[in-house]
Write a protein that binds this ligand. Structure first.
Ligand code: NAD
Length: 471
């Protein structure tokens, strides 16, 4: 059986198809990955990092080619696709440069004895990834996992399965399977899967965490966000800052985990803000075919996402939210396009405010006091990212310490604020575990220790059998 993927900008165009792995066929793939784990983990760290550096070079040489395929299957503008794949190459190289600091063995050998500490790989890792940034989100798992000596079975999303399958073929120690929830369940529950890394929505996250829990397998969860962007009353943005802000919400048609999804603004600065924001949107937002180099916003991922935007709009209208359109969708298209818009001051329990919209709608929420803004921003089960905007960086950083978010940007939001060296991940229901930074490398090792107490060496003083060692 195969699953095919259409181009969301032109749904009648089938971009390609991939074979589906039935649940009963998962065992053979995991067994195979486990066999390779034995040899891959026995290689030196230098050997593994050399292989990863080679993979980074090979991927780097094909960025333009892969970007076109990714744009066609995901609907993301081709320039964004080049950016994502280029970032993934940079991340692989970052792993190669920084892994030795985290993955090296260490030995303490003194008068008390010898303690040899090894950051040991888990074994076979199951990586389950979403469609919206399929290359970087897979490589955030593959890079550190492979460097540490694990092998990986990767299960990408059926909504963007093609490019990542081709990219994964460049990497050592990696197998790719495709399929739905039953295939994922068979993978996560497999007794030879020793670590699960998942990025995606909360529903899938819960069922994967439950299956991993039953198997007593550790799990890393990178789930959704409903990120607040809080503008303090002294915020100052140049026109290019407004453009950055527009893309912080509308890049990838708003379908980014860490997009700015709720914008809190002091009410007395609303008018000037809207004027500059709309002007920036007019300059920078161009909706259309992702292969057109001038387009900055493509379609949403499928028909259900279009319907979801409509549902959020109707709910906001019914509750008094006022819509400000930002750009038009191409005339006469049958693609999955949704028009980008602001929704002005809907109530806090409107769906577009209290749920992750994951699409091109942004509520603008006015506030009176900073304390009120903080309370409303934190009033969410989700706690992935956030941002604070102020002319005074110290003031913004101080405010940021009160936000319930795993990652808070200052005077930017979304990908312009990412750093390879800064650990990223959620609080509350946005997940646990971290990607990027040294913490992202540590996720794929467990510390094992060999301890030879000096007391029991030949000629050592020994200890009575029931004694504890001295402190
Ligand atoms: P999704 O949860 O629908 O799918 C993610 C993966 O899980 C896919 O491989 C999919 O096939 C699989 N899956 C789906 N339902 C499943 C189930 N019931 N059981 C087992 N596996 C299942 O997510 P998506 O639509 O691809 O991505 C959107 C979501 O991902 C958003 O909530 C977004 O915020 C989140 N996301 C989070 C991050 C992060 O770093 N925290 C990054 C990107 C996306």
């Amino acid at each position: 059986m195969t699953v095919s993927r259409e181009n969301p900008a032109r749904p009648s165009e089938i971009v390609g198809s991939v074979p589906v792995t039935a649940p009963e066929a998962v065992d053979a793939v995991v067994q195979d990955a486990h066999r390779e784990f034995r040899s891959w983990s026995a290689r030196t760290l230098e050997h593994r990092l050399t292989a990863l550096a080679l993979a980074a070079d090979r991927l780097g040489a094909r960025v333009a080619e892969f970007a076109v395929l990714l744009a066609r299957e995901s609907g993301k503008p081709v320039a964004d696709c080049r950016g994502e794949i280029g970032f993934a190459v940079a991340y692989l190289r970052w792993v190669c440069a920084n892994a030795p600091a985290v993955l090296g063995k260490s030995t303490l050998d003194d008068a008390q004895g010898r303690i040899a500490t090894t950051p040991a790989p888990f074994g076979v890792v199951a990586a389950i990834t979403p469609w919206n940034a399929p290359i970087i989100l897979a490589l955030l798992k593959l890079g550190p996992a492979l460097a540490a000596g694990n092998t990986v079975v990767l299960k990408p999303s059926p909504l963007a399965p093609l490019t990542i399958t081709a990219v994964a073929a460049l990497l050592p120690g990696t197998r790719v399977i495709h399929g739905g929830p039953d295939t994922v369940q068979a993978l996560v529950a497999h007794p030879l899967i020793r670590k699960v890394a998942f990025t995606g929505g909360p529903e899938a996250g819960r069922s994967i965490a439950a299956a991993a829990g039953r198997a007593l397998t550790p799990v890393l969860l990178e789930l959704g966000g409903n990120d607040p962007a809080i503008f303090l009353d002294d915020f100052h943005l140049e026109p290019d800052g407004y453009e950055r802000l527009v893309l912080a919400s509308f890049a990838t048609a708003g379908q980014v985990c860490m997009a700015a999804k709720r914008l809190y603004l002091p009410w007395h600065r609303l008018e000037e803000f809207l004027e500059s924001y709309r002007a920036a949107a007019q300059r920078i937002l161009r909706v259309g075919d992702p292969l057109d180099e001038t387009v900055t916003m493509g379609p949403v991922v499928n028909r259900a996402a279009v319907a979801r935007m409509r549902e959020l709009l109707v709910d906001a209208w019914n509750r008094g939210g006022w819509t400000i359109p930002l750009a038009e969708i191409p005339a006469g298209t049958d693609g999955y396009f949704a028009a980008p818009a602001l929704v002005l001051d809907p109530p806090d329990d409107a769906k577009v405010v209290c749920q992750e919209q994951f699409g091109p709608l942004l509520p603008i929420l006015t506030y009176d006091t900073e304390a009120e803004a903080l309370a409303r921003a934190n009033d969410s089960d989700l706690g992935l990212a956030a941002s604070v905007w102020s002319a005074d960086e110290d003031r913004a950083c101080a405010f940021a310490t009160h936000l319930e978010a795993g990652f808070t940007f200052v005077n930017t939001h979304n990908r312009t604020g990412m750093s390879l060296r800064a650990p990223f991940g959620g609080t509350k229901n946005s997940g646990f575990g971290r990607e990027y930074g040294l913490e992202g490398l540590r996720e794929y090792v467990q510390t094992t220790v060999i301890h030879a107490p000096a007391a029991f060496r030949a000629g050592g003083a020994g200890l009575p059998a029931r004694a504890y060692p001295p402190a």
